[in-house]
Design a protein around this ligand. Structure first.
Ligand code: HEC
Ligand code: HEC
Length: 308
């Protein structure tokens, strides 16, 4: 959908979406139709001091969101057919950007942040013209579409330890992890989104999906789930649910994860940041990683079956 993308690109996104909102989605769609009337549950959301109420989010949802996400939250809005990637289907409650472990529901704050941040490389606009209260109400409204919100609690946000120092050693270890954990199979060895598996990937709805290209663009503003080092840490520890991008929380130790973040930053070749400064000071060469604390070899006299 190249054409659409360029139309909706950067600065024009909001004005266009809002103009379209007024013109096309200005009227409430009727509550009748082939499906049963949607019961408006008294769902709430809690973000800091804000409490959102579903009933107060309905009009904004109909006006600004339903054109893509559908009146019933099933991603079948009238514009959805033109979009790639497709809008999120709120009836299954699978979300990409979470601070919570893979498979769990996101926190209200995760959803709130996604709405305010928008999704780069997609048609999901940045809704920062809506007030914090409006966004909180929309978070509550989104939750009426899936029964999962009645049965399950949001997951616990993962604990992120303080960031370790950016050193050449850290970058080298991150590179070793990138190789060992086979991130390159999808993202490519230079992070250009062109690994051997890249062209075969589909999301959970069978739509083709591309792995992230770290090398494209001039800065780091293209991550879907946020641009800080903490956000990147979260991505591979929680996974992008509904896509082939897995969670590595079971295989990466918290501090090692920072090494991986530092290496990923060097794949963003046009980015000005500490990681690339450290790398250029080393003339752009990442030395092979030498494990200084290798796991102790099993003592010979304790071999299985030796009776110890
Ligand atoms: C022009 C179409 C469009 C409109 C209008 C739109 N969205 Fe989206 N939205 C999308 C697309 C496309 C995605 C999926 C992006 C992706 O997967 O990269 C998405 C994703 C989302 C997500 C998923 C977050 C996650 O972590 O997975 C939420 C929440 C969301 N939209 C809320 C809203 C709300 C609330 C509104 C109205 C204020 C809205 N959207 C309006 C197209 C739209
Ligand atoms: C099976 C294929 C696959 C593997 C293996 C994989 N990824 Fe991904 N990754 C993806 C796909 C696909 C996306 C794009 C998801 C999207 O756009 O919704 C992605 C997106 C990302 C993003 C960007 C998220 C954002 O906010 O936009 C980061 C960072 C990332 N991957 C890091 C890693 C790291 C680190 C590893 C290894 C530890 C890894 N990936 C392994 C497929 C993979």
């Amino acid at each position: 959908m190249r054409v659409f993308k360029s139309v909706y690109g950067c600065a024009g996104v909001l004005s266009l979406a809002l103009a379209a909102g007024v013109a096309v989605w200005g009227q409430d769609a009727p509550d009748t139709g082939p499906k049963a009337r949607l019961a408006l549950k008294a769902t709430e959301s809690h973000i800091g001091n804000l409490t959102g109420h579903a009933a107060d989010g309905k009009t904004d949802y109909r006006r600004y969101c339903a054109g893509c996400h559908g009146d019933y939250g099933d991603a079948n809005g009238e514009n959805a057919v033109w979009l790639d990637p497709k809008p999120r289907d709120f009836t299954i409650a699978t979300f990409k950007c979470r601070s919570t472990l893979t498979g769990t529901l996101p926190t209200d704050e995760d959803l709130y942040n996604s709405i305010g941040r928008g999704f780069t490389n997609s048609n999901m606009p940045i809704w920062n013209t809506l007030s914090p209260q409006q966004r909180a109400n929309l978070v509550a409204y989104i939750k009426i579409f899936s029964p999962r919100w009645d049965k399950e609690k949001a997951g616990e946000p993962i604990k992120i330890p303080a960031e370790t120092a950016v050193t050449l050693d850290s970058i080298a270890h991150g590179k070793a992890l990138f190789t060992k954990l086979e991130c390159w199979k999808c993202h490519g060895s230079h992070g250009e989104g062109d690994g051997p598996s890249a062209s075969t990937l589909t999301d959970s709805k069978d739509n083709p999906i591309r792995p992230y290209n770290f090398a494209a663009g001039k800065d780091d503003s293209r991550f879907k789930c946020g641009n800080s080092n903490q956000d990147i840490y979260k991505i591979f520890m929680t996974g992008v649910d509904g896509t082939p991008m897995p969670s590595f929380a079971d295989v990466i130790q918290p501090n090692d994860a920072w090494d991986l973040v530092h290496f990923l930053r060097t794949l963003q070749i046009n980015r000005h940041g500490k990681e690339n400064e450290v790398l250029s000071a080393a003339h752009g060469v990442i030395p092979p990683y030498v494990d200084k604390n290798p796991a102790p070899a099993a003592p010979e006299n304790k071999a299985p079956g030796s009776g110890q």
